[in-house]
Design a protein around this ligand. Structure first.
Ligand SMILES: Nc1ncnc2c1ncn2[C@@H]1O[C@H](COP(=O)(O)OP(=O)(O)OP(=O)(O)O)[C@@H](O)[C@H]1O
Ligand SMILES: [Mg+2]
Length: 317
């Protein structure tokens, strides 16, 4: 029996808005799985369903070996959830917050204190343990929130956008603790909008868009499969750059979603599958149409561009 997470064909509508349209997800026990998707992709909805805060319209899922529909009570005993918005009590100190959670789990006062101190140390909050959490930075609050969900070690830990809104150093600190949890064999399901985050933390990534998994695999596999070449076009006039980009995308069988605006007027990027064009091919093609550019450069797509291409409006697979 798989004790990680297996979801098949989850659907969920809110009125006429279809949040999930047959989402599949598999996170093996003892691994870190990432749901990677843009705003509104259905990440939080998926997490809410898997953690029994909401129910799916159709489809089925097992979490920690339990059926979310028929064994929701058992599911709740083996999971922990850290939400998209931190939920610690600002009028208590960090230490008091964790002790309170321990007491809610029926630990003795002494055991709750011990556990609180262990977690504070581990999440780099030892020095701030006695401060009211209302005075914590966003990064400290997220770490305390994560610590709170580990007071009773969960079978499956769900993290909804654990680092959104954090500055780079706080993000790095949180990544360190999540990676350590993964190494220790905690099953973690996290959501993120950042490909870099999925790449750094996850063993397996599922890219979601419009309520569906549009790609999934190890980060390296995704890069190899969906990576591409970016042609950077520089023209004397924007209209020429736009026409050139359209032609190159069209000849590669791609729609306008392959075209990205450059940062300066007269510059446009086109992302195409690896090996579609050499610079010489592209120049010849454009010359034949009398599209004369100042410059064309070819480079490998970055991870963010791969993600953007996979989740572009209208992208289906
Ligand atoms: N309670 C609700 N009532 C109505 N619509 C909802 C509700 N919850 C979610 N939706 C809609 O379902 C879709 C998916 O939302 P969801 O919150 O799951 O996305 P998300 O991937 O978590 O996005 P974000 O990155 O912004 O957190 C969106 O179109 C959203 O507007
Ligand atoms: Mg969300």
């Amino acid at each position: 029996m798989e004790r990680g997470v297996v979801a098949e064909g989850l659907t969920k509508s809110f009125g006429s808005s279809r949040a999930l349209e047959g989402l599949d997800l598999h996170v093996q026990e003892g691994t870190v799985g990432a749901l990677l998707g843009p705003n509104g992709a259905g990440k939080t909805t998926t997490i809410r369903i898997l953690t029994t805060l909401d129910t799916a319209d159709t489809g089925q899922a097992f979490v920690g070996g339990f059926d979310i529909a028929r064994q929701s009570h058992s599911v709740r005993t083996v999971i922990a959830l850290t939400g998209q918005y931190a939920a610690v009590d600002g009028d208590l100190t960090g230490r008091e917050n964790l002790i309170m959670v321990g007491r809610l789990y029926h630990l003795t006062r002494a055991a709750a204190k011990r556990r609180a101190d262990e977690l504070l140390e581990r999440f780099m909050l030892g020095a701030a343990a006695g401060r009211l959490t209302g005075t914590y930075s966003g990064g400290m609050r997220r770490r305390l929130d994560l610590a709170a969900s580990l007071v009773k070690p969960p079978g499956v830990l769900f993290l909804d956008e654990p680092t959104t809104g954090l500055d780079p150093p706080s993000r790095e600190e949180l990544w360190t603790v999540v990676r350590d949890l993964g190494r220790e064999g905690t099953t973690v399901v996290l959501t993120t909008q950042y490909l870099e985050e999925a790449d750094r933390l996850a063993d397996h990534v599922t890219v979601v868009n419009h309520g569906r998994a549009v790609a999934s695999g190890k980060p390296a596999e995704l890069k190899a499969t969906y990576g591409g070449d970016v042609l950077e076009l520089v023209a004397p006039e924007q209209t020429v750059a736009d026409q050139a980009a359209k032609l190159l995308a069209h000849r590669a069988g791609l729609g306008e979603s392959a075209i990205g605006a450059g940062t300066v007027a007269g510059r446009v990027n086109v992302t195409v599958p690896s090996g579609t064009y050499s610079v010489v091919d592209a120049v010849r093609l454009l010359d034949a149409e009398n599209l004369l550019l100042d410059d064309i450069a070819l480079r490998r797509a970055s991870l963010d561009e791969v993600f953007a291409a996979l989740t572009a409006e209208g992208a289906s697979s």
